[in-house]
Write a protein that binds this ligand. Structure first.
Ligand code: GTP
Ligand code: K
Ligand code: MG
Length: 369
């Protein structure tokens, strides 16, 4: 165990025995910042040792968006890939059947979605156990994570896996915090909260920044933020990915057990990959959770092409984002666009490149001549 790992343990112990209240808040914030910095240090050390960060697997990104399967061994990931995409990935009743990344493609509502079957991960994956770091590195590149769980196994597995992903900077079902943070060379701490804060204030922010040896900075909180969110922003390198918890093998548990899960867990979907139960519902959920936006193009004087939408992702739905998806240099020739659909005030609306498009809008780009 490295020195940093030992210090991480000490801090975790101290945090566990510190009660959370107003008087201890400053101390806890300092500990949390110290912990985050140490954890980053450990990952960087491991990257050095292994010759690079957990880059994931060499799989070419195809299609409009990417989904990855994360779960313990033998929960049924490969069986599910085959059920969703028809692509064969070896499935068997022993652990670590899958040793690499197997891609498939699912077509849904005009979008081509790449689905990645991945090796199972185990506790300690992020710290270098098994192929864990490679698997989690791959998960970071996904637009949606399917956390695949075995319904016959304890629900605590879900928490363990979430912890592994969290430790690697993946934030599930969270939006990026609305925090503006910029280091400065001088001027001290310029702190503004645009919304009433239930936790943070200038002193706590200063305490956290002190752990990073930052004394000059500008911080604007545009939402009610937690100390963890602020630390995430200072650390940077976080990814925010939607996640669906897929409970597989429900053919092996009772209906009552299922209903208990369903009532307690959000983002939950029971399925049976082997028997094909709920697979169509899962396909729809995948679509829904990815927040993809379909845009139909209309050539001048012609009908819109409703067969092949252009897919925009991650809420990047401006006309400019659309143009970039079509062609690198389209923006250079852009004059304005005509838009029909729910984002338009009247049909067609003449818009500039900053206009935000909505799902199933129709667009015609007018170029400068
Ligand atoms: N009863 C039942 N068994 C399933 C289901 N899905 C998968 N299995 C079985 O569970 C075992 C493991 O399935 P795999 O698809 O290999 O699981 P995996 O998660 O890909 O496993 P690794 O690649 O080893 O991590 C196999 O024996 C499957 O037949 C299901 O929905 N119901
Ligand atoms: K298996
Ligand atoms: Mg497998």
């Amino acid at each position: 165990m490295s020195d940093a790992q030992r210090r991480i343990m000490d801090i975790e112990v101290e945090m566990a025995r510190t009660q959370k209240n107003k008087a201890t808040m400053s101390h806890l914030c300092a500990l949390k910042a110290r912990l985050a910095a140490l954890k980053r240090q450990v990952i960087e050390q491991q990257n050095k040792k292994s010759g690079g960060p957990g880059e994931g697997f060499e799989v070419r990104a195809t299609g409009d968006a990417r989904v990855g399967f994360i779960g313990f061994p033998s929960v049924g990931k490969s069986t599910l890939l085959t059920a969703l995409t028809g692509v064969y990935s070896e499935a068997a009743d022993y652990e670590f059947t899958t040793l690499t990344c197997v891609p498939g493609v699912m077509t849904h509502d005009g979008a081509r979605i790449q689905i990645l079957d991945l090796p199972g991960i185990i506790e300690g994956a992020k710290d270098g156990k098994g192929r864990g770091r490679q698997v989690i590195g791959c998960a970071r590149t996904c637009d949606l994570i399917l956390l695949v769980l075995d319904a016959t196994k304890p629900v605590t597995h879900k928490i363990l896996i979430e912890k592994e992903l969290h430790g690697f900077g993946i934030r599930l079902n969270q939006k990026p915090p609305e925090i503006y943070f910029k280091k400065r060379d001088r001027g001290g701490l310029n702190f503004q909260a645009l919304v009433k804060q239930s936790v943070l204030n200038k002193d706590l922010v200063a305490t956290i920044l002190r752990e990073y040896k930052i004394t000059h900075a500008e911080i604007i909180l545009r939402q009610d933020c937690t100390e963890d969110q602020l630390i995430d922003v200072i650390e940077g390198n976080r990814v925010y990915i939607p996640c669906l918890h897929v409970f597989n093998k429900i053919d092996k548990v009772s209906r009552q057990e299922m209903e208990i899960f369903a009532s307690k867990l959000p983002h939950f979907l029971p399925i049976s990959g082997a028997l094909g139960w709920n697979i169509d519902v899962l396909k729809n959920k995948i679509w829904e959770y990815m927040h993809l936006t379909r845009i139909y193009t209309k050539p001048k004087g012609d009908m819109p092409d409703f067969t092949q939408p252009v897919i925009l992702r991650n809420y990047k739905t401006s006309v400019k984002d659309f143009c970039r998806r079509i062609h690198k240099r389209l923006m250079d020739e852009f004059k304005h666009a005509l838009v029909w659909g729910s984002s338009a005030k009247h049909f067609p609306q003449i818009v500039g490149s900053g206009h935000m498009l909505e799902d199933e809008d129709v667009i015609q780009v007018v170029k400068r001549i």
